[in-house]
Design a protein. Structure first.
Length: 903
């Protein structure tokens, strides 16, 4: 580029300072983007790319969006994974000499960006920051829309990954160097890449993570002398993570410390004090919560279904009967973080039970909740100075409901509810101030006056009356002028261009008094002014300007006064959310006849008449059959569950996991009776459907998940294995499934309660050599040529010959069926060695034949088979995956075998 216009020079200087951002360059009523930014944005936003205008050289690509709808575009760019720097004009363009001064006033990232109105009301949006010294990792997270700010420490990289998955961050911050720390770097990358598009990752400068610097950032922000009160003292990595997070937010929210110039009196775009709603930091321990890793959350469909990733059909969809957004967010947090502490769980259950019992009470309470606004996000806007008048009114109305809520909820005989109510403060002085100062129906704009209630400010009242008087004099003037001129149709009117004027129709214009000054000639009328009219007008308009100014000033003052109670406002919001979440769970419990689970430290899961919470809601054609499940970690540690396809194996596994989660989050459960010994973690390996998410083969995904289970399961875990080994050849799969089950049985400290749904019938032999393994199967019945699913899980293993039954159903000739049965028996008989032990379940440690094959074999290789043709057919049967065969395929195969045998 040979000649750069000064504007483009200015643009490029900003671009240099924010190279990783798309630069929104304010020009009048538009934000313009140039060069490759314009190309990126036009692609991401579907806006037109041009190459002219604005005094630029012809070749500069250009794209723009109107400033008043910029939020929408910002949100979309950020969703698409971009970071955007907003560059504003910071002086009045009309007064500027040369190029208008500009400054970047905000950097927008996924975690911080979007105005709260655009967030889904019932979910949180966390920015998460991680620091690590290799030994230990600190993690801090902040919800920018509410100010919630917490930190913790994690020992192992897997724990870090789990916690990150749990939080579902919108944005991850790490120092670049962290990515090179073995284990930790991979964990962060894995989480980031687990979504499409990947979770946005950014790297604050290393200095921000410096222990002293981070500490100072926190102390300065909270105006504190010590971090003791926040409980983070003594957790250096947590302090580093939290400090860097705040530092980063300050950099993005106030990058250059310049307020933008407000064009045409519109509201400034930046908020005066963007972080003042971050009022506290608290330390939490991740061992307070059950661990739910990403694949478990996905497989159990906690918030989204596997099939279409939609909320409808998920557990949250089923459970959520909250009436406020605050309650919805609390419930979602509870769902993602089931408790481990029996007392805390029972306190929640007590509260839910109390509310579930009394319908009238719950109805009254919930109808009060219905009138609450989202006080949490409103408080954040108040604290940051971006709240509108209607926000303040909503805050007042919400606070006004607190005494009624306290009175009603206070009847509850529940320590949990009482404790929640104790910290709920009706803030009478705030309510009093707001009702005195603010009108009942404030306008949506802050720049049109009409905000402050009469009687609150003497100056406003006086100006209002001056304005009113002048207006009525003007109105009186119309009558006087009609008389004087003798023109009965003379009118006094107002418009924005001329202010007040007198209008007379063309026909009568000639009789206008001589002191009228002509202003404008229309087709049918003439418009005039008089000095007297203009004098009155000056009074009215002067008063109006001053009034608008005063209303605004007093409003801002009012907002600041309310902001001084932001901490309590947020506290109130959290507590109202908790009450709503409890009431929502109670509502659910009553509506769906759920049962209070008995939660204890027994380590047992004993469910009687349990059902899947969601399936009966979705499938109305078949009555849902409840089932019992007993896992006691002793006799019943591992349940091997067999049964044909579609029998209901996966469903039983899932419902057991869901019931456990519901119990530990403090919810009633779908069962006739349930006793749940707290579980520290649920592992799942469910279905082979969700393949290739991260570009791995099914089998690789499956084995990675299996490895994770074997490394991390404890005696207190619940492991749900569904069709493990399916992604590989029969023998590989079977042997891996077998070994995994043995490991979970034998390895000390890893004896997780395990449910193992499998199509490998061979696995039922495990029960013969392992004490704590029990066989179950899901009943089906063959009746008049149809398979009927009974859906009942009963002890014992199922018949092995489903494949052959299916073949019969498909109409295979009787002789073929008979022969197939013989062959099958033959195969099965060799599964037991002469001593009667299952041939493929040698105990670990028992000597294996030195020269024996590592691959399992049903036939000792040393003995040549008696009949080579039969052996070949047997081999074919052996390699069949009966569950995967269609009847037609089975038929074809049998034809081939028969032909083979006839040879
Ligand atoms: P499997 O894992 O044995 O192949 P699933 O658990 O996937 O079978 O169940 C298949 C379908 O059967 C489910 O989608 C559900 O609609 C239905 N089903 C499962 N269990 C029950 C039950 N206990 N009562 C009624 N319907 C059930
Ligand atoms: Mg299944």
């Amino acid at each position: 580029m040979t000649k750069l216009t000064p504007m483009i020079q200015q643009y490029l200087s900003f671009k240099e300072r924010y190279p990783d951002c798309i630069l929104f360059f304010r020009m009048g009523d538009f934000y313009e983007m140039f060069f490759e930014d314009a190309e990126k944005a036009s692609r991401a936003l579907g806006i037109t790319l041009t190459a002219r205008d604005k005094g630029m050289p012809e070749s500069v690509p250009l794209a723009g969006v109107p400033y008043h709808s910029a939020d929408v575009y910002l949100a979309r760019l950020v969703e698409a994974g971009y970071k955007v720097a907003v560059c504003e004009q910071v002086e009045d363009p009309r007064k500027a000499k040369g190029i208008v001064k500009r400054a970047v006033t905000r950097v927008i990232t996924p975690g911080t960006a979007v105005s709260p109105e655009r967030l889904p009301a019932k979910s949180s949006r966390y920015v998460v920051s991680v620091a690590s010294d290799g030994e230990e990792s600190g993690l801090a997270f902040l919800d920018f829309s509410t100010g919630e700010f917490k930190a913790t420490t994690l020992r192992r990289a897997e724990e870090l990954a789990d916690e990150l998955f749990r939080l579902e961050p919108a944005e991850i911050l790490v120092p670049k160097s962290l990515l090179d720390i073995p284990g930790v770097g991979e964990a962060v990358r894995e989480v980031s890449l687990s979504t499409e598009p990947p979770v946005f990752m950014d790297h604050p400068e290393e200095e921000a993570y410096d222990p002293d610097k981070a500490r100072r950032t926190l102390l300065e922000h909270f105006r504190a002398d010590t971090l003791e009160g926040f409980g983070v003292e003594g957790f250096p990595q947590a302090v580093r993570a939290a400090g860097a997070l705040l530092y980063y937010l300050r950099e993005t929210q106030e990058p250059e410390d310049v307020p933008p110039f407000a064009v045409g009196g519109d509201e400034p775009i930046t908020i005066p004090n963007p972080l003042s709603h971050v009022t506290g930091l608290s330390y939490y321990s991740s061992s307070d919560y059950m661990v739910l890793d990403e694949s478990t959350k996905r497989n159990l469909e906690l918030t989204r279904t596997l099939r279409d990733s939609k909320p409808a059909g998920s557990l949250f969809w089923f459970l959520d009967r909250t009436v406020t957004s605050m309650g919805g967010r609390v419930l979602r947090q509870w769902l993602h973080s089931p408790l481990m502490d029996v007392d805390r769980i029972n306190a929640r259950l007590d509260a839910v039970e109390w509310m579930a019992q009394d319908h009238a009470y719950r109805l009254d309470l919930r109808s009060l909740f219905q009138r609450l606004s989202d006080l949490e996000r409103i408080s954040a806007r108040i604290a940051t100075g971006s709240a509108h008048a209607r926000d303040l009114r909503a805050a007042r109305e919400t606070l006004e409901l607190i005494p009624a809520i306290k009175a009603l909820a206070g009847k509850a005989e529940s320590s949990k509810i009482q404790e929640v109510l104790e910290g709920l403060d009706p803030l009478e002085e705030v309510v009093g101030l707001l009702s005195m100062a603010l009108v009942d129906e404030p306008p949506s704009s802050l720049r049109d006056g009409g905000l402050i209630r009469p009687g609150y400010s003497a100056e406003i009242d006086e100006l209002t009356s001056v304005q009113r008087d002048a207006k009525s004099v003007i109105a009186g003037l119309e009558a006087a002028e009609r008389q004087r001129s003798g023109i009965p149709k003379l009118k006094v009117k107002y418009n924005k261009v001329f202010g007040y004027y007198i209008e007379i129709s063309k026909a009568q214009a000639a009789s206008a008094p001589s002191d009228y000054i002509r202003k404008q000639t229309l087709v049918n009328a003439e418009r005039f002014i008089t000095p007297e009219l203009k004098e009155l007008e000056a009074k009215v308009l002067g008063a109006e300007d001053r009034l608008i100014e005063l209303h605004y000033e007093l409003f801002v003052e009012l907002r600041e006064k309310v902001a001084s109670r932001a901490v309590q406002l947020q506290e109130n919001a959290r507590r109202l959310g908790e009450l709503d979440a409890i009431a929502g769970l109670a509502e659910m419990a009553a509506a769906k006849r759920l049962t209070r689970p008995e939660v204890d430290e027994s380590g047992e899961i004993d469910i009687k008449g349990g059902w899947h919470p969601v399936i009966p809601e979705l499938v109305k054609t078949e009555r849902f059959v409840p089932n019992d499940v007993l896992l006691d970690g002793q006799e019943y540690q591992i349940l091997i569950i067999t049964g044909p396809n579609m029998a209901g194996k996966s469903t039983i596994l899932r419902q057991t996991g869901l019931i456990t989660i519901m119990a530990q989050m403090g919810s009633f459960v779908p069962a006739r009776e349930a006793r749940i010994g707290v579980v520290d973690r649920i592992f799942t390996r469910v279905g082979a459907s969700d393949v290739l998410v991260r570009g791995m083969s099914t089998f690789m995904v499956e084995m990675t998940e299996a490895a994770n289970i074997l490394h991390n399961a404890t005696d207190k875990s619940l492991v749900l294995l569904d069709e493990i080994g399916r992604g590989t050849s029969t023998f590989d799969g079977l042997s891996i499934a077998w070994a995994v089950a043995e490991f979970l049985h034998d390895a000390p400290g890893r004896r997780a309660k395990t449910m193992f749904a499998t199509h490998y019938h061979e696995l039922v032999d495990l029960a013969e050599t392992r004490d704590r393994v029990k066989n179950y199967h899901v009943l089906v019945k063959e009746w008049e040529g149809e398979v009927i699913f009974l859906r009942r899980m009963v002890p014992g293993s199922t018949s092995r010959s489903y494949g052959i039954q299916v073949a019969r159903l498909a109409g295979l000739p009787a002789e073929v069926i008979e022969r197939a049965k013989e062959i099958l028996e033959n195969l099965e008989s060799v599964e037991h060695d002469p001593a009667g032990k299952p041939a493929i379940s040698k105990k670990a440690g028992e000597p294996r034949k030195k020269d024996g094959p590592v691959q399992l074999s049903f036939f000792p290789p040393s003995e040549p088979p008696a009949d080579p043709v039969a052996e070949k057919v047997a081999g074919q049967i052996r390699d069949m995956d009966l569950d995967a065969l269609t009847p037609l395929e089975a038929l074809t195969l049998l034809h081939e075998m028969k032909a083979e045998l006839k040879k």
